[in-house]
Design a protein around this ligand. Structure first.
Ligand code: PRP
Ligand code: URA
Length: 234
């Protein structure tokens, strides 16, 4: 399909642009409530779900959450020829998009994001939580630069204490992206509070807000260890 710039032709039909998501500066962690999200989350939580199905559903969930996270993307007017008539409509501006998974488990969310933004660049951040202290340590970093014109979306399935996501956001923020957001599958109240304290200006989209952390800083009821379930290393 050819997409042209808008002109002054008569008799066009017009499509309305999508509405933008209202910003709420005091609540940057948004819980996406949708029956399909809840349904898919139940599959992820079920300990009987196979590795193959777990990977598939993580990808599908990411795709669903990415719609919410990108509601405010800019559109530009264009004209298309439908089979019946010319139409004034809108297309994405094609802004520079960067997906930033926190390794390992964030890797499982990349394909879902690429289904929506196939041209996106990738920024890899390797981070591991210490088993005893639950503190994150960065072991790898490969971020395209410059990021000044980029919309960067950090992806990590689990927002537990919030240490990993907060550190990842600090790292990306230091590269001064145009827009910085994050998508997680499940958050604990402790992680939500940490991000709202450390990064009150960053919108984070999550598929569920669970009850609490256990003594090992795992999310309850949660889904267990996301990386192990995704990569079959249980
Ligand atoms: C998990 C998860 C997050 C982190 C969340 O990764 O993917 O990165 O824990 O915990 P936090 O909010 O308390 O920081 P993990 O360190 O287990 O590594 P993995 O992805 O390699 O399994
Ligand atoms: N990391 C996980 O994979 N799961 C949790 O519940 C917490 C951290």
């Amino acid at each position: 399909m050819e997409i042209g710039l808008p002109g002054a032709r008569a008799g066009r039909s017009s499509g309305a642009p999508h509405s933008t998501h209202p910003k709420s500066p005091l609540m940057p962690v948004h819980v996406v409530k949708h029956p399909v999200v809840t349904h898919k989350m139940s599959i992820l939580r079920d300990k009987a779900t196979t590795v193959q199905r777990f990977r598939e559903v993580v990808s599908e969930m990411t795709l669903l959450l990415s719609y919410e996270a990108t509601r405010d993307l800019d559109l530009r007017p264009c004209v298309v020829e439908t089979p019946l008539m010319p139409m004034d409509t809108f297309t994405l501006t094609g802004e520079d998009f960067v997906i930033a998974p926190i390794l390992r488990a964030g890797l499982g969310m990349v394909n879902g994001m690429l289904k929506v933004f196939p041209e996106a660049k990738l920024a890899h951040i390797g981070m591991r939580r210490d088993e005893e202290t639950a503190l994150p340590a960065t072991y790898y970093e490969n971020i395209p630069s410059p990021l000044g014109a980029s919309t960067v979306i950090l992806v990590d399935p689990m927002l537990a204490t919030g240490g990993s996501l907060s550190a990842g956001l600090h790292l990306l923020r230091s590269k001064r992206p145009k827009v910085l957001k994050a998508i997680c599958l499940i958050a604990a109240p402790e992680g939500k509070a940490r991000i709202e304290r450390d990064h009150p200006d960053v919108d984070v989209y999550v598929g569920a807000l669970d009850d609490r952390l256990n003594e090992r800083s795992y999310i309850l009821p949660g889904l267990g260890d996301a990386g192990d379930r995704m990569f079959g290393t249980l």
